[in-house]
Design a protein around this ligand. Structure first.
Ligand code: PEP
Ligand code: MG
Length: 328
């Protein structure tokens, strides 16, 4: 069975009723880049740039970053690589940049740190842009966005980085494209700001890991409340539905890059809601692709209509488990 799943992973990502979907990789470790399974993904939906930063013993230089980013853009040539700007703080401290806070998940993390340290942010953006020379597949996304001004400030810094790198390259006949810029939707406030954010971003990506944590006020890493951390909680599902509906109204592409996209029931629910781009860890790609190739969106939609009325995740899970079992 595992062989069959692996073999099928090479086939196009589409549902049984011919609906094209994208199955993308959440990457960050160099291991992900070397694996032959990476050929099965339609691109990288989330490159967690903080992981290489965590493996260093000091901030990697702009040159070191350029080299690393170039490797991944080259390996995915022809497929988009969505690089997320540094998302440290919270559960991802850097040993050489200690932050001590009582509530790190509500504190200085992600975009808040990089906007307070424009020199770090600019170095990273310039490294990404330099790496994109001869590689037309770079997209950049911003973590932990909770207000419009953060995106505006980030875009101003991206403009600055782009001008500097472009000028420099022009002197030796080189050029780079201006990359698409997206925001992660993982802080509940951002859901209510989607129409306001729309003019400043090219796409959205839903981070269900943090979105679940912040919507439910349940620490994603605390074993004592792990039972309460539930991506199928009716409030999470209703939020996800609101996001896709607004994204469709705004004609803005949206993907999901949290763990829910790599979960069989989670991905079926997201598919039924209308999501078509799913990014997940390497070990889920073949399995999810195999599943998506066996389901019909028109069979899932009535199940969602039923599930979204329910206020208990166990009942919601039951509906989709029964469907999964019916597939054999
Ligand atoms: C998320 O929050 O869902 C996400 C994809 O980002 P991370 O897990 O790196 O916080
Ligand atoms: Mg997150």
């Amino acid at each position: 069975f595992d062989n069959l799943v692996a073999k099928e992973a090479q086939l196009p990502s589409e549902t049984l009723d011919g609906c094209p979907v994208s199955v993308l990789l959440n990457a960050g470790l160099s291991l992900d880049v070397d694996s032959c399974l990476m050929d099965c993904s339609d691109g990288v939906g989330l490159y967690r740039t903080e992981i290489p930063f965590m493996l260093h013993d000091s901030f990697p230089s702009e040159q070191e970053q350029t080299k690393r980013y170039r490797t991944i853009l080259e390996q995915y040539s022809g497929r988009q690589v969505c690089m997320r700007t540094l998302d440290i703080g919270g559960d991802k401290p850097l040993p050489y940049f200690p932050i001590s806070e009582e509530n790190p998940f509500l504190g200085w993390r992600g975009i808040r740190i990089t906007l307070d340290h424009p020199e770090l942010f600019l170095a990273q953006l310039k490294a990404m842009l330099r790496a994109s020379e001869h590689n037309d597949n770079l997209a950049i996304m911003l973590p932990m966005i909770s207000c419009v001004s953060e995106v505006q400030s980030a875009r101003r810094l991206l403009d600055q980085a782009w001008l500097e790198v472009s000028d420099e390259l022009r002197e030796r006949g080189g050029a780079i494209r201006y990359p698409s810029l997206g925001a992660m939707i993982e802080v509940p406030a951002a859901i209510y700001l989607l129409p306001d954010l729309a003019p400043y971003v090219d796409f959205w990506s839903v981070g269900t890991n943090d979105l679940t944590q912040y919507l439910l006020a349940v620490d994603r890493n605390n074993a004592r409340v792990a039972d309460m951390y539930d991506g199928l909680h009716p409030a999470v599902l209703r939020a996800l539905q609101q996001i896709i509906q607004t994204a469709n109204q705004q004609a803005k592409p949206v993907s999901v890059c949290g763990e829910l996209a790599g979960d069989p029931i989670g991905v079926l629910i997201l598919l039924a809601m209308g999501y078509r781009r799913f990014s997940m860890n390497l070990n889920n790609i073949a399995k999810i692709k195999y599943l998506l190739r066996r389901v019909r969106t028109d069979a899932l939609e009535p199940l969602l209509a039923q599930a979204i009325q329910l206020n208990d995740s166990a009942q919601i899970r039951k509906i989709f488990s029964a469907y999964l079992e019916s597939l054999g």
